[in-house]
Design a protein around this ligand. Structure first.
Ligand SMILES: NC(=O)c1ccc[n+]([C@@H]2O[C@H](COP(=O)([O-])OP(=O)(O)OC[C@H]3O[C@@H](n4cnc5c(N)ncnc54)[C@H](O)[C@@H]3O)[C@@H](O)[C@H]2O)c1
Length: 258
């Protein structure tokens, strides 16, 4: 498949749904062979099959991004099956429902720990194993996913999510500087209001209220598409961004510009 990523292999965590699924599709449409990783096996297999049916090279693999052994196996799988690993999107991240909202003094520590693990541990574990391969193979480009909640106060996500996502930004910059002389670029996007299943898990009615309430904070008054987030990830991983590393790209309709 011709395209900017022709001959390259991309790994996308949380690839079964939402921003991850859109990113896997965008990499494939631009010529990469793609490994989608997730814990939702039925949906992940379905996404990979849909991409293959359109003539793209895609495989699904189960990998819980909090589990180091599974992530190590995932990187090995991408390399063994497609012959390398050049691009990676570390998309997994979430907040425990009990760690949401502005009041941290009422929240269980376990909910905080879970949220930090989902945002920060997953990003560290993925970076560790992707970079271990890229150092040996001569380089690559990685994009993490933070949130506007990692940049500014945001009562919606809560303290754990804000702290975890702020940590993703620091990890991104740390890795960017550490590996700049070894041909590895590391950036992140910071999404704003992007309706995905994460919004709809408490019902359609609740999701609509939440989306409207959050979009009201954005200068550009509409929700953001998963394809618009994917476009940022793919650009940051492309050669057009060859001199961009350690960057946080907000795709948030101007929320954090205020
Ligand atoms: N949607 C938004 O508005 C928004 C805003 C800011 C930041 N983000 C961030 O973007 C990223 C993607 O969010 P989304 O809304 O597309 O999510 P989503 O809920 O649509 O999809 C998340 C996917 O992650 C998978 N997953 C969950 N736990 C996993 C694990 N341990 N290992 C591997 N896969 C796992 C799920 O099965 C699912 O397929 C997250 O890091 C999120 O924090 C999203």
């Amino acid at each position: 498949m011709a395209g900017r990523f022709s001959g390259k292999v991309a790994l996308v965590t949380a690839g079964a749904d939402g921003i991850g699924a859109a990113t896997a599709r965008a990499f494939a449409q631009d010529g990469a062979a793609v490994v989608l990783a997730d814990i939702n096996d039925a949906l992940g297999e379905e996404r990979a099959e849909a991409l293959r049916a359109e003539g793209f090279r895609a495989r699904y693999m189960h990998a819980d991004a909090t589990d180091e052994a599974q992530v190590a196996a995932l990187v090995r799988h991408a390399v063994e099956h497609f012959g390398g690993l050049h691009l990676a999107a570390n998309v997994v991240g979430d907040a425990h429902p009990d760690s949401a909202g502005p009041d941290l003094h009422t929240q269980p520590v376990e909910a905080f720990d879970h949220t930090i693990a989902m945002c920060l541990r997953t990003t560290f574990v993925c970076l560790k194993h992707e970079i271990a391969h890229m150092v040996e193979s001569g380089g690559g480009a990685i994009c993490n996913v933070t949130s506007l909640a990692g940049m500014i106060h945001n009562g919606f996500g809560g303290a754990g999510y804000g702290a975890g996502k702020a940590g993703v930004i620091r990890l991104t910059k740390f890795a960017a500087v550490s590996y700049a002389d070894r041909g590895i670029r590391v950036n992140c996007i910071a999404p704003g209001v992007t309706p995905t299943r994460a919004y709809y898990k408490f019902g359609d009615e609740y999701a609509k209220i939440l989306i409207d309430e959050q979009v009201a904070f954005q200068p550009i008054k509409r929700a953001i598409g998963t394809d618009e987030q994917a476009a940022g990830i793919v650009w940051l991983c492309s050669d057009e961004a060859a001199m961009v590393t350690g960057h946080v790209l907000p795709i948030d309709g101007g929320w954090t510009a205020q």
